[in-house]
Design a protein. Structure first.
Lengths: 260, 263
């Protein structure tokens, strides 16, 4: 099993376009993500969270600065990675299992090994019985579970998630959050998790990076020191409420919330 | 008991599926027959269904041979249109300059009525089935091209991020993602194309062919042979039905993932 990768970024910025209409989306920011760490990025819309994720995976080039993954400079898209977006982005012409096995087909990996891993992921993600169903035959929560299985089946060192539970109902979110945490505890992949939800950020992370916009920067780093696995009802920890309140107050200070 | 029992209604569903349309057609023809008989309409104005259906049976070898000639023209023209339009759509989508340069031309050719080129084709090819093949080609080409272009554009750009993170080559992305994702659109274009093909082939055979159902109907017209003209009409409808059915079967076979339309 591949263990988590480290991500170190120094002074990275992203500017889209290069003329007068250029848009400074991000930075400069630094990142120091340890192997196997679960780090969340939280902040208002347009603060460069998604951009950070694309830069960290090499899918978009940085405008300035440098990134090292496992000590190696990042110059092209890394493949030791699984990505989950808010939309499941499953191929609607493939069954759930075939969607996951796309990783094996494109990467040319050993079929029986990956098949076995896919089956165990289906078990762990409560997807038993969904193998031969097409995406349109699955609920939103199940599609997102399939998407997570696809991101993990090739045993990457890094998992990048861009608001993966954003489109789900509250009950599904709580369950899938727990299932993700249990998987992570077993595999210890490095996770970069983007969210708008304070509950998710505090409920899942080792560390939360709070971002503000215009251009996106990291304004505060909060270490979450809570036992794992964390419960469904996070409110039962006074510590949890303390962390959540801290993020709320940062948002208020930044003008994200304007309550009277 | 292992397999779930089908109910009586499920087992007999196909009977209703065939019986109702048959009954509807029979009723229409019966009404037609009755009205013509009651009003004593002469044959050279409107033949009775019994007249032209009998003629269809009597002249079945001739009609079948002409229907076959028409079908060959449709198949050739349609096949060529698919073979040219789909790769061209991909090329246009992939190369920006090609899209900007070619699109106005495509729009112009698309709105131009294709049959106006018939007389020119007669000069080029003489009165021959080649005229029909070419017109069928033109009639199907544009809907297939335009829908294929939409199909190749339809892939979510973020899916590119996912395939790139898998290390997929451009060909793999095409083979595993873009082509199957475009299939539904390509079939939509082909289904419009095949309807236009049947329409186009008959007109082409009216004006410039020495074979086919259109030719047969035109010749029957010059002899005022109403029975044969109506037989030709029925035969044309049957040809259209066969090609449509073949399209649906091909779609079902090539796209087994398609969600059932009535579910």
């Amino acid at each position: 099993m591949t263990t988590g990768a480290s991500i170190v970024a120094r002074g990275i910025t992203k500017v889209y376009g290069n003329d007068s209409s250029a848009y400074h989306a991000l930075g400069p920011i630094d990142l120091d993500i340890k192997p196997g760490e679960f780090v969340s990025l939280i902040g208002p819309s347009g603060c460069g969270k998604s951009t950070t994720l694309l830069l960290a995976s090499g899918l978009e080039p940085v405008t300035q600065g440098s990134i090292e993954v496992d000590g190696k400079p990042l110059t092209k898209p890394i493949t030791e990675v699984g990505i989950v977006f808010q939309d499941h982005l499953l191929l609607d012409f493939r069954t759930a299992m075939k969607n996951v096995m796309l990783q094996q087909e494109i990467r040319g990996l050993d079929k029986s090994v990956i098949q076995a891993r896919a089956e165990s992921l289906f078990e762990r993600l409560n997807l038993k019985g969904a193998e031969n169903r097409y995406p349109w035959q699955l609920s939103g929560g199940m599609r997102q579970r399939v998407s997570i299985a696809r991101a993990l089946v090739h045993d990457p060192s890094m998992l990048l998630m861009d608001e993966p539970f954003g489109a789900l109902d509250a009950i599904s979110r709580t369950q899938i959050r727990h299932d993700l945490e249990m998987l992570w505890l077993d595999t210890r992949k490095t996770v970069l998790f983007i969210t708008h939800s304070i509950d998710e950020a505090v409920g899942l992370s080792d560390r939360v990076l709070v971002m503000s916009k215009g251009p996106g920067t990291i304004v505060e780093e909060i270490k979450i020191d809570l036992p794992r696995p964390r419960p469904a009802h996070l409110g039962e920890y006074p510590e949890f409420t303390k962390y959540a309140n801290r993020i709320y107050s940062i948002f208020e200070k930044l003008g994200v919330y304007k309550f009277k | 008991m292992t397999a779930p029992m089908k109910t009586f209604r499920q087992r007999t569903a196909w009977i209703a599926w065939i019986a109702y349309p048959t009954l509807a057609v029979a009723l229409c023809l019966g009404l037609w027959e009755a009205l013509v008989r009651i009003n004593d309409v002469p044959l050279y104005i409107l033949p009775k269904p019994s007249d032209f259906l009998a003629r269809l049976v009597v002249d079945r070898t001739t009609v079948l041979a002409q229907a076959l000639a028409t079908s060959v023209s449709i198949a050739l023209g349609f096949g060529m249109a698919v073979l040219v339009a789909v790769p061209l759509a991909l090329a246009i989508i992939s190369v920006g300059t090609l899209e900007r340069g070619l699109f106005p031309v495509i729009v112009f050719l698309n709105i131009m009525p294709k049959t106006v080129i018939g007389p020119i084709l007669i000069v080029w090819f003489g009165v021959s089935p080649a005229v029909a093949v070419f017109i069928v080609f033109l009639m199907c080409f544009f809907p297939i091209l335009v829908d294929s272009m939409s199909g190749f554009r339809a892939t979510d750009p973020r899916l590119r991020y996912i395939t790139r993170s898998m290390g997929a080559s451009a060909f793999q992305t095409f083979r595993y993602v873009r082509l199957p994702a475009a299939m539904g659109y390509i079939f939509a274009g082909m289904k419009i194309g095949i309807v236009k093909a049947v329409e186009g082939v008959i007109i082409a055979e009216f004006i410039g062919s020495s074979a086919g159902l259109g030719f047969m109907i035109m010749r029957a017209s010059s002899f005022m042979d109403m029975e044969l003209m109506f037989s030709g009409l029925i035969a044309t409808a049957l040809v259209a039905l066969v090609f449509n059915g073949a399209m649906l079967a091909a779609e079902k076979f090539l796209m087994p993932w398609n969600r059932p339309r009535h579910a």
